[in-house]
Write a protein that binds this ligand. Structure first.
Ligand code: ADP
Ligand code: MG
Length: 371
């Protein structure tokens, strides 16, 4: 008798879902990204019991059309990408159509959505574990979408226990991720609240639909933090390598070579000066074309340069790398936080050079009182 057999569909769904939604951070990240992809200018993230009981993300985006109710939570159904070639032009956070279907498999999950054309009325959608639509009912709702995730991982006992055991640490990580979205999103306000059992709802932080990241940073980290930062605006031009011994890049000049890759690094970093009274927290946030991500090699390079100007502190870093979508790959890990930069070595060399020049030109004579 054959010993190799196919795993039943339901189990496959659960296994693959557990790879997309690995923890509370992935839930929150996927839902906030969906809201932003839907053109929301207001996003509220509400936790109950740090997310152990529920996480709800409410937006005022375009809502979901009734024709899409049946497919919205099916695996690999997306409104954002239809073939692999689209991936290089991608301007949305999502593209795999996996988040909602995974959440159906891993939690008690429902959606309330309204497109605003039907007065203050919307639909509440409930789903099977497979992502198939189970039923709809009419509810009061403003334009936008609210996605509610309750009892995350209840059907994966080991993971649920891990979540319960480490919830404080996990919640801290979630807040860091949300801070990054709140700071990068100009034109959209983001608020985060938590409510403990029988306790009052506590606002953790919120931004105000600000036009600049500077104002967002002030809302999230406070005005004192902003005063301790300098602006980053570095233009890096990576020339294609011309063989051994040739320089692989230069600081961006006005005569740009069309075959080169240009990267602009914009954001904010702690002032390099020694011994200043005001300090920013050592939070570090990296983005590629405003997509929050981990860039460990870039982080290491920035920290190295900073350390050569200030040995005593780690810097606050908020760095957005703006570049052509062909110059990187976001499809590396299921959570899309790992981004492969095609020209990373050249980029890092130039970044170090350029940041060193910025810090060397920093005016150390700025009076303390103005800092
Ligand atoms: P993806 O974001 O990769 O497309 P998801 O499973 O996260 O996959 O979402 C599936 C689809 O559901 C999206 O393509 C989008 O059309 C719709 N959707 C999800 N969240 C929202 C939302 N908050 N507002 C409007 N549409 C949404
Ligand atoms: Mg998505």
């Amino acid at each position: 008798m054959a010993t190799i057999k196919a795993i039943e569909d339901r189990s496959v769904h659960q296994i693959t879902s557990g790879q997309v939604i690995v923890d509370l951070c992935s839930v929150v990240k996927e839902l906030v990204e969906n809201s932003l992809d839907a053109g929301a200018t207001s996003v509220d993230v509400r936790f109950k019991n740090y997310g152990l009981d529920s996480v709800e993300v409410q937006d005022n985006g375009k809502g979901i059309a009734p024709v899409d109710f049946d497919t919205i939570a099916l695996k690999h159904y997306t409104s954002k990408l239809s073939n692999y070639d689209d991936l290089t032009l991608l301007e949305t956070f999502g593209f795999r159509g996996e988040a909602l279907s995974s959440l159906c498999a891993l939690s008690k999950f429902h959606i309330v959505t309204a497109q605003g054309s039907d007065g203050p009325k919307g639909k509440k959608l409930k789903f099977e574990v497979s992502g198939k639509l189970k039923g709809t009912s009419v509810v009061a709702a403003q334009r936008g979408t609210t996605v509610a995730v309750e009892s995350l991982f209840n059907n994966l006992p080991v993971r649920r226990r891990e979540l319960e055991k480490n919830i404080k640490r996990e919640y801290g990580k979630v807040l860091s991720i949300l801070q990054a979205y709140a700071c990068i999103c100009t034109g959209a306000r983001l608020s985060v609240s938590n409510q403990m059992q029988k306790g009052k709802k506590v606002l953790v932080f919120s931004t105000k639909s600000n036009p600049t990241t500077k104002e967002n940073i002030t809302n999230v980290f406070g005005a004192k933090t902003l005063l301790a930062l300098v602006e980053l605006n570095l233009n890096l031009d990576m020339q294609p390598s011309k063989g051994p011994g040739t320089q692989s890049g230069k600081i961006w000049s006005s005569q740009d070579d069309s075959s080169s890759t240009q990267v602009q690094v914009v954001g904010h970093i702690s002032r390099p000066a020694f011994g200043e009274g005001r300090q920013a927290p050592d939070r570090q946030m990296f983005f590629v074309n405003s997509r929050p991500c981990g860039l460990p090699q870039v982080a290491k390079a920035i920290n190295e340069v900073y350390k050569s100007f200030n040995v005593t502190q780690s810097p606050f870093v908020f760095a957005n790398l703006i570049m052509d979508t062909h110059a990187y790959d976001v499809n590396v890990s299921p959570d899309k936080r790992t981004i492969l930069l095609h020209d990373q070595t050249a980029l890092i060399d130039l970044l170090k050079l350029s940041l060193t020049r910025l810090f060397e030109s920093y005016d150390y004579s700025v009076p303390q009182s103005q800092l």
